[in-house]
Design a protein around this ligand. Sequence first.
Ligand code: PLP
Length: 353
Amino acid sequence: MTPIYLDWAATAPIDPAAVAAMAEAARGWANPSSVHRAGRRARAMIEDGRERIARHLGCAAEQLVFTSGGTEAIGLALAQAPARIVSAIEHEAVRAQAGGAAVIPVDADGVVDLGGVDPAGALVAVMHVNNETGVIQPVAEVAARVRAGGGRLLVDAVQSAGKLPLPDADFVAVSAHKLGGPPGVGALVVRDPDGFVATQRGGGQERGFRAGTENGPGIVGFAAALDARAADAGWLARAEALRDRLEARLAGAEVIGGAAPRIGTISCLRLPGVAATMQLMTLDLAGFAVSAGPACSSGTVRPSHVLTAMGLSPAAAGEAIRVSMGWSTTGAEVDALADAWTAMAARLGRRAA
Ligand code: PLP
């Protein structure tokens, strides 16, 4: 039985249009830095991809520095300043690479509270959409505060790129595999190239901002996935309607972050008294692929730093799962999950009570 895939925030299925574009690009592929005809063809494909990606995202083509994904893009931005201030709900890619950074708290809805933060001279990292709760951060306000305070802003837009308009920040990290492109390719949007220091040096690719032979087929797949999203402008509203329909059907579920503005694709659901691992195993056996928020990197489940930052106890945080959907999610899939969740809540929830 093929599982019903509702773990799109971990990674989205690679779009068939991206697969076809990558297969086409791979035919006769050559090093884009080579001067022969095949190399020039490869270069042209990369530059065409760069133009399309920039157009879809809403930045200038020359602001895109291609990387191996969101994690590398984040690390590259964080390397630009020794003093860093990061929000309490950032992805591990930020937390692990920010080293001893000061922390910006969030309120009970999971929204950052800049409060008394002094951004002077620092690189401030605030994500656009949280990968566990879907809560959208007020990045425009944050940008204004950071700029007025003399700091620079990095926005991790890995969960929002291709869905919401790109935030206006000095650095924005994006990744192809959350929007239907292949894994292993992403970009850092560099709006402030002054004094930019490359962390990976070598052949001078990406105008010296990031050395290493470009992942040309990946870039082509990234562009094709964004083309596909743009061609179906209503998909996010459809997903949001399905997300709302799911949540309305789950009696007894606590929707974490439900009072805040959220992206339409992510639902963080707590079933009081039932460990997330038990919920994941039960739903897995019933044929559903969902996850607990922080399971993304390690395959293990530990209490989420995002949920505890929102004030949940470690025990309560350990009772939340994430359901996430995308452009091809159907009403039938969501209804099937609602049935399975309700059956699980009746069985395990009663036992816990
Ligand atoms: N930031 C967020 C919010 C994410 O959800 C992820 C992926 O899970 C990353 C960063 C890392 O991106 P990548 O897998 O492309 O390195």
